[in-house]
Design a protein around this ligand. Structure first.
Ligand code: NIG
Ligand code: FE
Length: 406
């Protein structure tokens, strides 16, 4: 792999582009920063001698943002796929010793370098499709040293691949086997030992909990949120995926960045999220894999004006998805999002779900240049094709990172 720092600079004037509505657009980049965006006829005089990159009619979007992933883990769980095909439910697989704890075993056994190598391969798929910012959760270590290992890998991925990574501590993902029957003690450890130590090492950008019957209760979730608040860290929540636990309303009370999954979200939860400005993160890959039938309350979220993001939820159990555009397609087909909603869902709303509004998910002048040139006639094609990768060029952190010219 070419080291990121030696990829070609994207500095210069990008012409021959069309915006999502099809209108002509030009972009100007200097020192890796997007300096100007506007109509080609209105390019400021100072750019007359700049190097020209001819977009040749490509559609341009902001760099994509994948705002919910469990990208760093050991092993894989294709065996569970087979179990579910034979009729087992996600909860039954978990109770039979599979599920999250199976990945915990494999992650604990893996070295940091091995985790970095396997996550890099997965990340490469997402980057090649235009992802410029990504969230990476811990939660397959469930012990200080192994959670640290996962989060350190996330930071290394950012550095090595030239991509914005937001780390989320998900120590409260599942009960590790050594704490069987002692959920309260484990949460105590998460709050008193793991989170403060990892935060002090600069490894934690946000804190998440899996609040569910097969994971942690509402009360346990609140204890973790209190610990996060004490450290000044924002929270998010795996909420109402399999049942309505009231997690979204709790998360909203803590000003959560996002509530994710939310198939069983109630109207009260929607109201609380609206009031708090919490983003609803839709995860059609998990919905599809689990052959779920309970749709998230899209119409009510839309009606309430809650911003909806769309993400891969990449993880080895319920969503081994490595295409964010496929999730866009599924969000439209399965959840009935409109194309503009789904595209906002992988750009500006996804950025907001990570606290990255103002720097990512939009063509932001004054910020590091992150944008994608697509070989499509119209924006709807980004949702319409699946299994195709219509990327021409990805500009990431001011460099031509993927595709033509890289
Ligand atoms: O987001 N819901 C909990 N966590 C993951 C699943 C993790 C796994 O099965 O390994 C999710 O779907
Ligand atoms: Fe998840």
């Amino acid at each position: 792999m070419t080291p990121f720092a030696s990829r070609p600079s994207a500095d210069g004037l990008w012409t021959g582009l069309r915006d999502m509505g099809g209108a002509p657009l030009a972009l100007a980049v200097a020192d890796g920063v997007l300096r100007w965006a506007g109509e080609p006829g209105a390019v400021p005089a100072g750019w007359a001698d700049a190097r020209v990159h001819d977009g040749a009619g490509a559609l341009v979007t902001p760099g994509l943002v994948d705002c919910h992933t469990h990208l760093v883990y050991g092993g894989q769980r294709a065996n569970e796929f087979a179990m579910r095909l034979a009729g087992a439910s996600y909860e039954e697989v978990a109770k039979a010793g599979g599920g999250i704890v199976a990945s915990v075993r494999a992650t604990r056994e893996a070295s940091e370098d091995a985790l970095f190598a396997s996550a890099s391969v997965r990340l490469a798929n997402l980057l090649a499709e235009g992802v410029c910012a990504i969230e990476v959760k811990s939660g397959y270590g469930l012990a200080l040293e192994h959670e640290r290992k996962q989060l350190r890998v996330a930071r290394r991925l950012a550095e090595a691949h030239g991509v914005t990574v937001r780390t989320t501590f998900l120590g409260a993902h599942a009960l590790p086997p050594e704490y069987a029957g002692r959920s309260g003690d484990y949460i105590e450890r998460v709050c008193r030992e793991m989170l403060p130590a990892l935060a002090a090492e600069g490894l934690v950008d946000a804190v998440d909990v899996f609040c569910e019957r097969i994971a942690f209760s509402l009360e346990e979730t609140e204890r973790v949120f209190q610990a996060a608040r004490a450290l000044g860290l924002p929270v998010k929540l795996h909420a109402e995926q399999l049942s309505d636990m009231g997690g979204a309303a709790l998360a909203a009370r803590y000003g959560a960045l996002s509530c994710d999954h939310i198939e069983h979200l109630s109207q009260a939860g929607i109201e609380a999220m609206r009031a708090a400005g919490t983003v609803a993160v839709l995860l059609p890959g998990a919905f599809y894999t689990l052959r779920d039938t309970q749709l998230p309350p899209i119409a009510a979220l839309r009606e309430a004006g809650v911003p909806m993001a769309v993400s891969t939820d990449h993880n080895p159990g319920t969503s081994p998805a490595l295409s964010l555009l496929l999730m866009v397609n599924m969000a439209c087909t399965l959840f009935r999002l409109t194309v503009p909603e789904a595209l906002d869902g992988v750009t500006r709303h996804a950025a907001r779900a990570l606290g990255l509004q103002g720097t990512h998910g939009e063509l932001v002048v004054g910020q590091s240049a992150n944008f994608v040139l697509w070989d499509v006639r119209e924006a709807a094609e980004l949702a319409y094709w699946f299994g195709q990768r219509p990327v021409r060029t990805v500009v990431r952190q001011g460099r031509i990172a993927e595709g033509e010219g890289a």
